[in-house]
Design a protein around this ligand. Structure first.
Ligand code: SAM
Length: 282
């Protein structure tokens, strides 16, 4: 049905004289259809639903837009469309996200939304949504709300009966877990551990009873400390260090915590890390 409508549309573009010819020459019909079809469209693509005909963004919606965790090629087509068509981009760091938009040839008003102004800016975002604006929320990298700002304004928007849509894409947790070789059926995302030794120790003790793979985010300044803690508390659990994912120096190292520690005797931890601990198989 859709292809009939398209064929008719194409014929409509052809002057009357040619339409008369068309009635008598089926081959010519085919040739003219090819000629009068927009250059980027193939016959096959005319048969398929065209993704660019998706409805425009919905007014009054908060879009959670995932952005690359290193490799800019990882941005999705939908993320680009949302960033292009939204009214405002709420960003964790407006300078950082401004550069990302610029890289893709986009220019949008930016609103800062980060950990310490979440409450105040959250209210402003809700007010904009009530006025029917389309707001895209981005963080510095990856998926908003995953160890990043976002959860608070999402909860508030939903409480207020406003619309929230995820625009999924890169996330260090998922990239690391799927490339780690550790079981993925059951996993527990911890995110960042507290900085204080006592609190870390208690939390790690408590996590021993949690089934499945454990996933931690860790800064390069504390990754050796985490390996030391794991060597003490989880000596026999297979551990994976996923470093600089999607970037030039990407590295995935696997072993027991003590073995991985060995590798850091003579090198300094640099870059971004996800640390994964496999389930207890003993
Ligand atoms: N929202 C992000 C996401 O969806 O993954 C996470 C943001 S959190 C503030 C930053 C942490 O994510 C880093 O400290 C690191 O643990 C992890 N991370 C981000 N990018 C990474 C990468 N390219 N390789 C490894 N880990 C990464």
């Amino acid at each position: 049905m859709q292809s009939c409508i398209r064929t008719w549309w194409h014929l409509e573009q052809i002057p009357l004289k040619r339409v008369v010819c068309l009635r008598f020459n089926r081959l010519l019909v085919f040739r003219l259809r090819l000629k009068f079809t927009a250059p980027c469209e193939s016959l096959e693509s005319l048969m398929e639903p065209n993704p660019t005909t998706l409805p425009p963004l919905r007014p009054g919606t908060l879009y959670l837009v995932a952005t690359p965790i290193g490799n800019l090629e990882d941005i999705t087509l939908r993320a680009l469309r949302v960033l292009k068509e939204c009214d405002v981009v709420a960003a964790e760091d407006t300078r950082h996200s401004g550069r990302l938009l610029q890289h893709f040839g986009l220019s949008k008003p930016l609103l800062s939304y980060f950990q310490f102004n979440e409450a105040r800016r959250g209210e402003e975002i809700l007010e904009r949504l009530r006025r029917g604006e389309k707001v895209a929320l981005v963080t510095d990298a990856g998926t908003p709300g995953i160890s990043d700002p976002g959860t608070r304004v999402v909860a508030a928007a939903l409480r207020a009966g406003l619309r929230v849509e995820a625009v999924p894409g890169p996330c260090a947790l998922v990239a690391a877990l799927t490339a780690s070789g550790l079981p993925t059926e059951e996993f527990h995302f911890v995110g960042f551990l507290p900085h204080k030794s006592g609190q870390r120790h208690r939390q790690l003790e408590g996590l021993k009873a949690v089934p499945g793979t454990l996933v931690f985010y860790e800064s390069p300044y504390r990754v050796v400390k985490l390996l030391e803690e794991l060597a003490l508390l989880y000596p026999t659990r297979r551990t994976v260090l996923a470093r600089e994912l999607t970037k030039k120096f990407e590295e995935i190292a696997s072993g027991f915590p003590a073995e991985l520690l060995e590798g850091y005797r003579e090198r300094t931890a640099k870059g971004e890390y996800v640390v994964l601990v496999g389930p207890d198989t003993a």
